[in-house]
Design a protein around this ligand. Structure first.
Ligand code: ARG
Length: 459
């Protein structure tokens, strides 16, 4: 005899390979607490609506709570041969309270059960990811506050372009992660609707109260269509997409950490606790964490595509294809949490090699725009000023000097507008601190940016 709960019309045991192929317990066992939560709300609603008796409810409630604490204490091992966590918990409850246990599944289907469990689980995980994002922003804030005056080159095309500060550069990442945080809030808003009571797809003839279970479980409201309630996984896609963006931002940041810690840059040095050595080259100190984060970004993108493809073309309502949702979204959740949680302390513990950043800023003619602006502010059209500055840069390169080292006579050969004050105009700290435009790198502008981040952190 087939021992599955759904096996009444089956005369044969499920093939062992099929059993293994069909089951999802190895993945969905993570949702045991949420499954219990959903069942408790459902049972209480059934009692309130007089679908089950008070004494049945008392047994179901006790049974479910005991199962939860037994799983948590290790007294009850989840059977990895069960089909899924929903079947396992219901089966266990029925073992403990045979009559009442069998009533729990009244006016419910695994289809709305799994949909509710996944939402409850992901809602908690979204909160966890949000707090990890916030923690990362707080580390960024801390390092930035100490580097408001740390001059470094800003790059385009990976070529030194214009002067910025390390704090300014870091504030760019802070704003990316703050948007990521916002996306998670938004994603949670749409996730937070209760499919419970959709049943298999077409609701039920029992007098259920979907608003009651939605409220009990902290949902905003029940989903308004039962077929949609059990069919869509758009909330999981949205979460995977928000996670992909976090990973994309982390991966760009990782790439910079990797570059900055190379001998070619040497802008930072990672703490020994956050880097690894080589088994053969004794001099090596490798930025493995940043590389792994960059590498794991691929998994997050893969999971997003897995979900989109799994849902593409699926007819309504539930199809078993949808069981594949959890492996993908859970992997994204665990991946992003691990990455965020290791990235934040790696940042906080790194040493910023300010002198090397300043040295790099001195070279590369990143004050050339300021030289052109100097002439333009004295009345020369910007395009002409741009041309003269380009010629001056070429002259500096041929003489092997920086713009600050080029004698005034040379400047004046190109334009009479040049006076002694050119040296002040192209001085790195002037170049920086005159860039007071909103969002810019001057200390004044960056302090405003820090304030914005501060209020995000205190929110
Ligand atoms: N383990 C299944 C899943 O994750 C539960 C739903 C099964 N429903 C069904 N009608 N076979 O999707």
């Amino acid at each position: 005899m087939n021992k599955n709960l759904w096996s009444a019309r089956f005369s044969k045991e499920l093939d062992a390979l099929v059993n293994e192929f069909n089951q999802s317990i190895k993945v969905d066992s993570l949702m045991y607490a949420h499954d219990v939560m959903g069942s408790l709300a459902h049972a209480e609603m059934l009692k309130k609506q007089s679908v089950i008796t008070e004494s049945d409810f008392i047994e179901i409630e006790k049974g479910l709570n005991d199962i939860l604490s037994d799983i948590e204490s290790g007294a009850l091992k989840i059977d990895m041969n069960a089909e899924d966590i929903h079947m396992f918990i219901e089966g266990e409850l029925t073992k403990r309270y045979p009559e009442a246990g069998k009533k729990l599944h009244t006016a419910r289907s695994r289809n709305d059960q799994v949909a509710v469990d996944v939402r409850l689980y992901l809602r908690d995980k979204t909160d966890e990811i949000m707090s990890s994002v916030k923690n990362l922003v707080s580390s960024i804030y801390e390092v930035a506050s100490q580097n408001v005056d740390t001059v470094m080159p800003g790059y385009t095309h990976l070529q030194r372009a214009q002067p910025v500060t390390f704090a300014h550069h870091l504030m760019a990442y802070a704003s990316m992660f703050m948007r990521d945080y916002d996306r998670l809030i938004d994603c949670k808003k749409r996730m937070n609707y209760s499919p419970l009571g959709s049943c298999a797809l077409a609701g039920t003839t029992y007098p259920i109260d979907r608003v009651f279970t939605a409220e009990k479980l902290g949902f905003t409201a029940p989903t308004f269509n039962s077929m949609d309630g059990v069919s869509d996984r758009d909330f999981a896609v949205e979460l995977c997409s928000a996670i992909s963006l976090i990973m994309m931002h982390l991966s760009r940041f990782s790439e910079e950490i990797i570059l900055w810690s190379s001998w070619e840059y040497k802008f930072i040095e990672l703490d020994d606790g956050y880097s690894t050595g080589s088994s053969i080259m004794p001099q090596k100190k490798n930025p493995d964490i940043a590389e792994l984060v960059r590498g794991k970004t691929g998994r997050a993108y893969g999971n997003l595509i897995t979900l989109l493809t799994m849902l593409k073309g699926l007819p309504l309502a539930y199809n078993k294809d949808m069981q594949e949702d959890k492996e993908a979204v859970f992997d994204s959740v665990e991946t992003v949490l691990k990455c965020l949680n290791v990235f934040a302390p790696m940042l906080k513990t790194m040493t910023v090699l300010k002198a090397n950043m300043a040295k790099a800023a001195e070279k590369g003619f990143i004050n050339a725009t300021d030289c052109a602006d100097y002439l333009a502010k004295k009345g020369m059209p910007f395009r002409s000023a741009y041309k003269i500055t380009g010629q001056l840069v070429a002259l500096c390169i041929s003489k092997g000097v920086t713009m600050g080292e080029l004698p005034l006579e040379n400047y004046q050969e190109y334009s009479e507008l040049f006076e002694q004050d050119i040296y002040d105009a192209i001085d790195m700290s002037t170049c920086l601190n005159k860039r007071t435009s909103e969002g810019g790198p001057s200390a004044v502008a960056v302090k405003k940016q820090l304030k914005i981040v501060e209020s995000f952190l205190n929110d």
